[in-house]
Ligand binder design. Structure first.
Ligand code: GLA
Length: 717
């Protein structure tokens, strides 16, 4: 059976309005998790819905892994049990996020049609027995997936319990097999038109790789030595597009059945195999799965970054946290538990950063199967447990946060991030494999989080109007559009901070000839000529007169040989090694405020924080709540973060009219918040100072009749 590889983008059902609005107006903050009733007897279902109600659950995701139950034999259909499940949910006033079950085909599909199974880069065909055993390029898989989804959608499009559709699960499969090879060639034909253009783009004059026809091209399977970086980059682009084509087909089938509910799928934050920017327009609401590592002390900052990305993907609109763990995960090598307090903090952090729904994997712990030790809202030991009490408490909290639904999170700082750039930067054959884009993105984000500065994650090239500070960590592919929007930002008075290994290559991953970062050297007033891997232990970097001569720290992994123009300041210099005496960080003043900074090395946290402090001050951005900042940075020599009110360790975010204060300090804090407020969580009146017990959260709204809660309108704080 044939199918169109790239069906056109589907119309959003809810064009022109916030897709979740109807649901959140009715239910408030959405709260729940994955529910897998097919693992239980119907008597358990009834106990489940009762307990869900008691816990404040108002949304559950059902049917994610139900394909084998719906279609036990090829072509058979058993939907009666799902009828009962959805009716039961409806009776109890719980909304359903109904999944299309296409992430885990029944074993018979792979056995009868091995062409549906993915092949890895070594040519090994993966087998059923786990999940995700499908090739996004398999026509047979896609036909079967469409058939089951069409029937499912026809049956439930108008079921009153179904309020949201969830396509597949965590799309991310890669296939290197023959059908993928065929589809890859089609994708390349569409992209390049002629094989000459392909040869040009891939630089096949190198190592005698010239192709005579598209038919000779293969996916980047196991090779004797280093892969052609553009071939590999294009295969990543293709894989993301191929998965998107699967999603679009499913979305279209749901719409064709007359369903008008919002349709989405669950992203996985900075997941490497899907370019979520290119998917974002196809989901009616952005949804994400987040599993911060409890063993990592910086995971609250990293989670905040992912949440700021989710807002970015949705153009600032509210998004859904569709999965997180209540306690421990079971897929890491060593899974530390999450305390109920941390679970509450992290959940309310997501609401603070724009989530209108907080859900978990999963409602009831599975007794069998690969995830039997994964935490759940209802643990094996039942409702009389610390975990479940935490779940009930969160349900009560979220019920009080209805006023924040639909509102936005204002930010004056943008951070650029791009999947294609990440991919291209990490193709093999580079100076150091230790320089990782995500490490850099996190490194530039963390000092901002430490200082309480809220960030929007923005795609390079998007307009930067309204941002006073733009941070550009390792953007290896910085094209003309991206350079243009940075230029406009600088002309508008913003500060722009550019990290190392930026503006190195073009969209084909060819190194741009000239001094780097080629597209923006004039903007930076500085330029580089050599990328330098640093010896283990790094090198010393020191502050310069008159900027911060007492400042010293280290650069590790990667540095660059830079030259500063005459009107550009050198803020830091290398003190030893190959680059001794050369500039490490430069600053060009572009007007009374703003400026451009070039960070030509991977700096330690203290030094990078000091550079960002300089940019923060000159750009005039500040924390969302001046007295509350998560951490006082030891390297903060230039811009002293105030500790006066003792509120350090408090993550503070404004959303609409509300101020979220999350005490992550491990101690009691009194946070200064000038004015009169009501705490939505406790109902308490607050005047000027809010006492915040250890691990606690306050959500303050102003007691001021002139301040209205205006959804979708960022407030100018
Ligand atoms: C993912 C999946 C879930 C489950 C969880 C476990 O998010 O979508 O089905 O496997 O991980 O953490």
């Amino acid at each position: 059976m044939s199918h169109t590889p790239f069906p056109p983008r589907t119309e959003r059902a809810v064009q022109g309005r916030a897709p979740l609005r109807e649901l959140t107006d009715e239910l408030g903050v959405l709260y729940g998790g994955d529910w897998n009733p097919e693992q239980w007897e119907p008597s358990v279902w009834r106990e489940d819905v009762r307990l869900m109600r008691e816990a404040g659950v108002n949304l559950v995701t059902v049917g994610v892994f139900s394909w084998a139950r719906y279609e036990p034999e090829p072509g058979a259909r058993d939907f009666a049990w799902m009828d009962e499940v959805l009716d039961l949910l409806h009776e109890h006033g719980i909304a359903a996020d109904l999944a299309t079950p296409v992430a885990s085909p029944p074993p018979w599909l792979g056995v009868e049609h091995p062409d549906t199974l993915p092949v890895d880069a070594d040519g090994v065909r993966l087998v059923p027995g786990s999940r995700n055993q499908f090739s996004p390029s398999s026509a047979t898989y896609r036909a079967h997936a469409l058939a089951i989804t069409r029937d499912l959608a026809a049956r439930y499009a108008r079921h009153p319990a179904v309020r949201l559709w969830h396509v597949g699960n965590e799309y991310g499969q890669i296939d290197f097999g023959d059908e993928a090879a065929h589809a890859f060639r089609g994708w390349l034909r569409e992209r390049y038109g002629t094989v000459d253009a392909l040869n040009e783009a891939w630089g096949t004059a190198f190592w005698s790789q010239r192709y005579r026809t598209f038919d000779d091209v293969l996916p980047p399977r196991r090779m004797p030595y280093l892969v052609n970086p553009t071939q590999s980059l294009d295969f990543r682009r293709f894989t993301s597009d191929q998965l998107l084509a699967c999603y679009r087909e499913q979305h279209a089938a749901i719409r064709a059945a007359g369903a008008t509910q919002p349709v989405t799928t669950n992203f996985m934050g900075f997941f490497p195999h899907v370019d979520s920017w290119s998917w974002a327009d196809d989901v009616d609401v952005v949804a994400d799965d987040q599993y911060p590592d409890q063993a990592d002390p910086r995971s609250p900052a990293d989670a905040a970054l992912v949440q700021d990305l989710m807002r970015g993907l949705g153009g600032g609109a509210p998004w859904l946290l569709l999965e997180q763990a209540v306690g421990a995960t079971s897929w890491r090598e060593h899974n530390l538990p999450k305390s109920p307090e941390r679970m509450r903090l992290d959940s309310l952090q997501a609401v603070a950063r724009g989530a209108d729904g907080i859900c978990f994997f999963q409602w009831r712990a599975s007794t069998a199967g690969a995830e039997r030790f994964h935490s759940a809202m209802l643990p094996h030991a039942g409702p009389d447990t610390a975990v479940h009490r935490g779940v009930r408490r969160l349900g009560q909290d979220l019920a009080k946060l209805r006023p924040v639904t639909g509102t936005r999170v204002p930010a004056r700082t943008a951070l650029l991030f791009d999947w294609e750039s990440w991919w291209a930067a990490e193709e093999p054959g580079r100076i150091t494999e230790r320089l990782r884009t995500l490490d850099q993105v996190r490194a530039f984000y963390r000092p901002l989080w430490d200082r309480g500065i809220v960030v929007d994650v923005v795609r390079p090239g998007a307009p930067l109007d309204g941002y006073d500070l733009v941070v550009v960590p390792q953007t290896y592919l910085l094209d003309d559009d991206a350079a243009k929007s940075l230029r406009a930002a600088v002309e508008g008075g913003a500060g722009v901070v550019v990290g190392p290994m930026t503006g190195v290559a073009d969209r084909n991953a060819h190194v741009l000839p000239g001094r780097f970062p080629v597209p923006v050297t004039d903007l930076l007033g500085a330029s580089g000529e050599e990328w330098v891997a640093l010896p283990d232990g790094g090198v010393e970097v020191v502050g310069t007169q008159p900027w911060a001569p007492a400042l010293a720290g280290r650069a590790e992994v990667h540095a660059e040989l830079l030259r500063a123009d005459d009107d550009t300041d050198v803020l830091l210099r290398f003190a030893e090694g190959h680059l001794a005496g050369e500039p490490a960080v430069t600053r060009r003043r572009t007007g009374p405020r703003g400026g451009t900074w070039y960070v030509g090395a991977v700096l330690d946290e203290g030094l990078l924080g000091a550079v960002l402090d300089d940019a923060i001050v000159r750009a005039g951005v500040g924390p969302a709540v001046p007295g509350a900042v998560p951490a006082v940075h030891p390297g903060s020599h230039v811009f002293a973060v105030t500790e006066a009110d003792g509120a350090t360790g408090v993550e503070a975010v404004r959303r609409g009219d509300a101020v979220f204060l999350l005490n992550r300090s491990g101690e009691h804090r009194d946070v200064v918040v000038p004015g009169r407020w009501t705490d939505l969580l406790t109902g308490a009146d607050v005047v000027d100072v809010v006492p915040l017990p250890v691990h606690d959260v306050a959500v303050l709204i102003p007691v001021d009749p002139t301040m209205t809660n205006s959804p979708d309108e960022p407030r100018n704080w």
